[in-house]
Design a protein around this ligand. Structure first.
Ligand code: KG4
Ligand code: ZN
Length: 348
């Protein structure tokens, strides 16, 4: 079975061609992404309307390119997959409309996937010879900071997530405060290399709280106050390079400490012995270092896909082949959903 997958949840337009039988791990025959970073850079974050318009321009060229790179034609495609949640509504609608149109025109099944389920399935795509499930899933990106108990690729129960900013969003906002570039994660990481992570004692929110929840908004404010002083919050204050490096290192350390502690807590709570990680923040070297050390100490097997599968891409929607085999086909009137599936106990 040849599957054509489409991704348009946020600011990357992706298309991929996968081949599989629904039993084993699919083979990724092509995966292409058109990033909108250049369009959003001057705003310091993703502008939804600009994102939607860029998806409209890029979705067909990306599909054409994915088919070309895989050496297949539309007539070879046996099913269409698309991420329908969570994400920006206008962005999601573009991918879903393309997917529906193709499914109708080709008379093939449409499979709707959850973007976060996809992020975690990327761990399995990256390690086709290893058992990734059951695992705790941790998705840390510009839009998400969420923990899951995944009994299987199609059985991920939400354990908790952020009650305000996502981890990557905090990196982006703090980078903007420090006058660094966009996206902020790589810039903060670079600046942090010459900084002291103990220079500022920033809060580690919920660190010892039994809830599997994150909050990064207070941390962001703490950086702002450390930079400007509590009584002087207006006007841009330019830190010295050493001050920016120390603030970046101390901020990064606080985020990493919380992410690692919550992953550990989720593993202890579920009794699971594997961890799958997805999302752009997983590119962070300090995060990988501290996470892998903590997981090694616990005897937990950790899966972090290469960057191309960690950040938004369409290949991860290859989880659709399992859905198809399980008979989970979407109707052509299926709609998008902006929000996450939330854990039962968590509000906000
Ligand atoms: O998964 P992704 O490409 O897109 C979504 O948000 O879905 O993640 C992008 C996020 C951005 O917030 C970016 O600042 C962050 O991942 N990021 C990083 C690093 N590289 C990207 N955060 C920390 N350290 C990095 N090296
Ligand atoms: Zn994502």
């Amino acid at each position: 079975m040849i599957l054509l997958a489409i991704e348009s949840t946020c600011d990357e337009t992706g298309a991929a061609v996968l081949e599989g039988d629904g039993a084993g791990v699919p083979r990724v025959r092509s995966s292409v992404v058109s990033s909108q970073i250049g369009l959003h850079r001057r705003f310091g974050g993703v502008v939804p309307e600009i994102a939607s318009r860029a998806h409209v321009r890029q979705v067909v060229p990306m599909i054409d390119e994915a088919l070309k790179q895989a050496g297949v034609e539309l007539k070879d495609v046996g099913a269409i997959a698309v991420a329908i949640r969570p994400g920006l509504v206008g962005a999601l609608v573009v991918g879903l409309t393309a997917a529906k149109s193709l499914a109708l025109a080709l008379d093939v099944p449409l499979v709707a996937v959850d973007h976060l389920e996809g992020h975690l399935y990327a761990c399995q795509l990256a390690h086709p010879d290893r058992e990734v499930y059951p695992c705790v899933g941790l998705v840390v990106s510009g839009g998400h900071s969420s923990l899951y108990a995944c009994r299987g690729p199609l059985d991920c129960e939400p354990l908790g997530g952020t009650i305000d900013d996502a981890a990557g969003e905090a990196f982006d906002k703090v980078a903007s405060l420090l006058g660094l570039g966009y996206p902020g994660g790589p810039e903060i990481e670079k600046a942090a290399r010459s900084g002291n992570p103990k220079a500022y004692a920033f809060p580690r929110t919920f660190l010892r709280d039994p809830r599997l929840a994150f909050s990064f908004s207070g941390l962001k404010t703490a950086v702002l106050y450390a930079l400007r002083g509590p009584n002087e919050v207006r006007g841009a204050v330019q830190p010295t390079p050493q001050q920016a490096a120390d603030l970046a290192a101390s901020f990064q350390e606080a985020v990493v400490d919380v992410l690692v502690a919550k992953a550990r807590q989720a593993l202890e709570r579920t009794g699971m012995t594997r961890l799958g990680v997805g999302g752009g923040v997983a590119a962070n070297g300090r995060f990988r270092e501290k996470l892998l050390a903590a997981m090694d100490a616990m005897g937990v097997e950790t899966f972090i896909p290469p960057l191309s599968l960690c950040t938004d891409n369409a290949a991860m929607a290859g989880v659709a082949l399992l859905k198809l085999a399980a008979g989970q086909v979407a109707d052509l009137d299926v709609d998008v959903a902006a929000g996450l599936v939330r854990p039962k106990q968590q509000k906000g």
